[in-house]
Design a protein around this ligand. Structure first.
Ligand code: F6R
Length: 608
């Protein structure tokens, strides 16, 4: 996920590009760049770091005169955050400049062919392929060249393109990555999202897949892939600027919950090839996988909770002993590791101090370390022996939702890969797991669309003082995360318990009206869970149950039931978490809390 902007008009482009990028920083912020055409040359400034650095380098755009330009704020996917990998990218004689949001999936194949034809690459990005391909196909007609390149690319892209030969035109195209065009008096602007253009216009054109736009200072022409001109109608946007940055959602947290189907799809799809799980970045042969003696999952907070689920799934599917540890405990407890231990460090930010220290400790003790990380080029990603990225995109809300969901998916994929290598599941079972995995994005979407029912229920519990979450097996793991979601953003005290453990002390806290959230998705543990629910209910608890569709008998032991679609027992957490996220969110909203920035918390915890 990155942000792109482009401008052509009567005004100076650079300040408009920088301003537009500042509204898109939520889409990525590890590097930024702009290219501005002054009528003689396309000038380029780009830099690693936040947009602020680019602003300083260009004196807020003053050092880059010109009325046509493109800009980019990056969320690294191919190649670490660096000056060289920052966009825009250019062809060899610097006559074509490109900014890109998306992923060119076949870029390695294209890159190899271009290298064979003598092209030299200055970056590790997939985007540079586009600049060189345009160079190869351009023969004076930019539109024809762009369409030829579109036919060669697989994957997703929104592109902004400037040709030196065409000082009066800015080109843009999209496929599966967002792009809008804003029309203003005296100029036109393109952007990945509405907030970047709102200052200039409220009339925007939403580009559809495989549409190209040729933009002049005073006109717009839209084309399809057959080079035929098409008509489009503008849409009037009446959001306020603040809401627009959140894509119309009230909070980043809600927006990020709604991004889960896409984030999960992005995390799964590059790793399923036919009926095989392929995790190239794992850097382990099947023989090495068979040699693993023990796995230690180490993480903090929600990432730790993902690890607790991972233990159940990895042990169950791949039959490898798994320990899960909080990084702050692991680093000081003299852990027993050897070269047969695989340590998995899970981290959204890749910068959590305790997780990073645990990584270093593990390497020193001779273990192999795999990072499951969201932020490309972060410290944990760089220092782990191998890194498997979750493709959640930037997460802004302090309380994690989509990154956590992608961590679960990464762990399922690992478990499936390990199980296949170790022969612990049959081909038929693997096929069923793959089918279940592919269904998760749609099932999550369906649960999100059911939010009103959860909101209504949440509104009844705004005054709650204590809430307990209970579950068994992976449902215990999800209870941990559900409880954290609620307490961290709503400030209501809540605790998660393995359901069988409650009667060893905690049940004394249950009194009339105490809310107990019982998660029961595990077929083989239903009966046990039903007994635990009855135990608390007879002591006055109000029981909210989250269970699989069709488990109507749960209604006898619960006061309110939320049903989730069926999947296999290992993947159930990916569905059960959605109503729990929504529940925490709506309670916090109802109480008027600062949902995206809860008190005392920070997104990246870089202190011990
Ligand atoms: C809770 C939350 C935190 C993080 C924890 C680890 O919603 O986001 O508990 O999970 O601070 O952070 P990362 O994953 O960046 O290492």
């Amino acid at each position: 996920m990155c942000g792109i902007v482009g401008y052509i008009g009567e005004k100076q482009a650079a300040p408009i590009l920088l301003d537009g990028l500042s509204k898109l920083e939520y889409r990525g912020y590890d590097s930024a760049g702009i290219a501005v055409y002054d009528g003689e040359q396309i000038h380029l400034t780009k830099s690693k770091g936040r947009l602020k650095v680019l602003g300083e380098l260009t004196h807020d755009g003053e050092t880059m005169p010109g009325t046509l330009g493109i800009g980019h704020t990056r969320w690294a996917t191919h190649g670490e955050p660096s000056d060289a990998n920052a966009h825009p990218h250019m062809n060899r004689d610097k006559s074509i400049a490109v900014v890109h949001n998306g992923i060119i999936e076949n870029y390695l194949k294209l890159k190899k062919r271009l290298i064979d034809k003598g092209y030299e690459f200055m970056s590790d990005t997939d985007t540079e392929v586009v600049a060189h391909l345009l160079d190869r196909y351009y023969d004076g007609n930019p539109l024809a060249a762009i369409i030829k390149v579109m036919h060669r690319m697989e994957g997703s892209y929104a592109l902004g393109i400037v040709f030196k030969d065409h000082p009066d035109q800015l080109f843009a195209v999209r496929k599966d990555s967002p792009l809008i065009v804003g029309h203003t008096q005296g100029g036109n602007i393109i952007a990945s999202d509405v907030p970047a253009v709102l200052k200039y216009t409220r009339d925007v054109y939403f580009m559809e897949n495989e549409e190209v736009v040729c933009i002049r200072r005073d006109s717009l022409e839209f084309y399809n892939v057959d080079e035929e001109q098409i008509e489009k109608e503008p849409v009037h946007i009446d959001w306020d600027v603040d809401a627009a940055e959140k894509g119309g959602y009230e909070h980043f947290m809600l927006k990020e919950m709604y991004e889960q189907p896409k984030a999960i799809t992005d995390t799964i799809s590059p790793r399923i090839k036919g009926r095989d799980i392929v995790i190239e970045e794992l850097g382990m042969t099947d023989e090495e996988i068979r040699q693993i003696g023990k796995i230690m999952i180490v993480a903090c907070g929600s990432a730790y909770h993902a690890g607790v689920t991972g233990k159940y799934v990895l042990e169950g599917m791949a039959k490898i002993p798994v320990e899960v540890d909080l990084a702050s405990e692991f680093r000081y407890r003299d852990p027993l590791l050897d070269e047969k231990t695989l340590v998995i460090i899970i981290s959204q930010s890749g910068e959590t101090a305790d997780s990073l220290a645990a990584l270093r400790e593990s390497k020193e003790r001779g273990a192999k370390v795999l990072g499951i990380v969201n932020v490309i080029g972060s410290s944990i990603a760089r220092e782990a022996d191998n890194v498997m990225y979750t493709w959640a995109g930037p997460e802004i809300a302090v309380a994690t939702t989509k990154a956590y969901s992608c961590q679960l998916i990464a762990l399922y994929l690992l478990a499936m890969k390990f199980a296949a290598a170790r022969g612990t599941v049959t081909e038929k079972e693997m096929d069923a797991y793959i089918d279940d995995l592919k269904r998760i994005p749609d099932q999550v979407e369906m649960l999100l669309n059911n939010k009103n029912r959860i909101q209504k229920f949440a509104n009844r519990y705004l005054a709650a003082i204590d809430v307990f979450f209970i579950g068994r097996g992976v449902d215990y793991a999800i209870s941990l995360e559900g409880s954290l979601k609620l307490k961290e953003i709503s400030y209501i005290h809540s605790e998660a318990y393995a359901a069988g453990e409650l009667k060893h002390g905690t049940i004394s806290l249950i009194e009339d009206g105490t809310l107990v959230v019982a998660v029961l998705t595990q077929e083989k543990l239903y009966k046990k869970m039903l007994s635990n629910m009855v135990e608390v209910r007879t002591r006055g608890a109000f029981v909210l149950a989250v269970t699989n569709e069709g488990n109507d008998e749960v209604e006898r032991a619960a006061d309110y039931v939320i049903y989730v679609p069926r999947t296999n027992s290992y993947f159930a957490n990916s569905l059960a978490i959605v109503p729990l996220q929504l529940f925490g969110y709506y309670i916090a909203v109802g109480k008027g809390c600062d949902v995206d920035k809860p008190r005392n918390l920070a997104k990246s915890v870089t202190v011990e």
